[in-house]
Ligand binder design. Structure first.
Ligand SMILES: Cc1cc2nc3c(=O)[nH]c(=O)nc-3n(C[C@H](O)[C@H](O)[C@H](O)COP(=O)(O)O)c2cc1C
Length: 349
């Protein structure tokens, strides 16, 4: 099969194109509803600040990762190659996009394996959908010699997508089976709609230990899929979902038993710091990294990641915290809208 004639390859290119176009729009950010409390007399120096983090078997010198996006077409092979160069230079973990296209058409697999080639010793996450078979999940991990497997859950996207899935009943059992039988950590991730307490409870009940809440506020797949509909008649769902900040509040009861990761709408080092303060072990960025490599190039993207981390350390000083444990214990002030959500949902922070 020619790479670009596979419907999944075409769809992937459309997603990338729309996501890059969305980047210029100002999106709503709930991070502006979460405030740190400034401390005027810090007790730490820049060199004391250590934002290294740990979740499961992963010890990361910096709490950032490049989240799932691409692969499955010629264009996205190039993008994956560039992202892998950024990951290699900065040492951050990197996820690839959904690998179903390559599982079905092995000739597309080099659009994913290029990441392992360019990041030979790095932490790489494979990525599949919740309808994948156990065999497919294992093959995806093997294809990349992946260190973890992401399973994306994306019901709104499927439902708005004209050719999307309409069957969801099997997801729970399928995820449970994969978590039990795959021998790398399995991270269940949203794709920009966030996760509720109920979702996280379900995940916990079926043995999931890693969740990336990937909330609303950045890449918006409700809008992207609506643009791909002939009548564009589902625009009213464009604000569906839970923001990343709200999702992290919903996740508060699970921090002890599960490793909670954050992504979705991370635009600044301050956003990322707020995620850490709300309990995330690491912070993922998709669109920001896509924009960097596509609009500015690999060198600029590497510099961006370095600066991003450096500035997170500066912000740490402003709240007088030297590490993630201290960041998590610093006070946060929430806007009335967030407090209202918190009260109605009986959440604590
Ligand atoms: C172009 C593009 C393609 C994506 N494809 C996938 C995918 O294949 N699998 C997945 O789990 N998430 C995918 N995502 C979702 C991201 O991993 C992430 O959850 C979401 O974009 C929110 O993060 P952001 O606001 O930093 O972009 C994609 C995102 C973008 C921008």
């Amino acid at each position: 099969m020619n790479r670009e004639t596979d419907p999944r390859s075409r769809r992937k290119n459309e997603h990338v194109r729309h996501a890059l176009e969305q980047a210029s729009q100002t999106a709503f950010s709930d991070f502006d509803n979460v405030h740190f409390v400034h401390q005027s007399i810090p007790s730490v120096n820049m060199e004391d600040v250590d934002l290294s983090t740990r979740f499961g078997p992963f010890a990361l010198p910096r709490p950032l990762y490049i989240n799932a996006m691409t692969g499955g077409s010629e264009w996205t092979r190039e993008i994956n190659g560039k992202l892998a160069e950024v990951a290699q230079a900065t040492g951050v973990p990197m996820a690839v996009g959904s690998m179903h296209a390559a599982l079905k058409h092995p000739e597309l697999s080099d659009s994913f394996t290029i990441v392992r080639t360019r990041y030979p010793d790095g932490i790489i996450f494979a990525n599949v959908g919740a309808d994948i078979s156990l065999d497919g999940a294992k093959r995806a991990v093997d294809m990349l010699r992946a260190d973890a497997l992401q399973i994306h859950i994306n019901a709104p996207q499927e439902l708005i997508m004209p050719e999307g899935d309409r069957n969801f009943k099997s997801w729970r059992g399928n995820i449970e089976n994969i978590v039990r039988h795959v021998d790398v950590p399995v991270i269940i991730k949203e794709v920009g709609f966030g996760m509720s307490r109920e979702t996280l409870q379900t995940l916990k009940d079926i043995g999931v230990q890693y969740a990336d809440v990937s909330g609303k506020g950045g890449t918006n797949f409700a809008s992207i899929e609506n643009l791909r509909r002939e009548n564009k008649d589902m625009a009213y769902l464009s604000s569906w979902g839970l923001s990343t900040a709200i999702s992290l509040l919903e996740a508060q009861p699970f921090g002890g038993d599960m490793h909670i990761l954050a992504s979705g709408g991370i635009k600044t080092p301050l956003d990322a710091m707020k995620c850490l303060a709300l309990g995330a072990k690491a912070v993922g960025m998709s669109r920001l990294m896509l924009e960097q490599v596509e609009h500015h190039g690999v060198e600029a993207a590497i510099d961006h990641v370095e600066q991003f981390h450096h500035q997170m350390r500066k912000i740490s000083i402003l709240i007088d915290a030297k590490d993630i444990e201290e960041i998590t214990s610093r006070p946060l002030v929430l806007s009335p809208e967030v407090i209202s959500w918190q009260r109605q949902r009986a959440l604590d922070k």
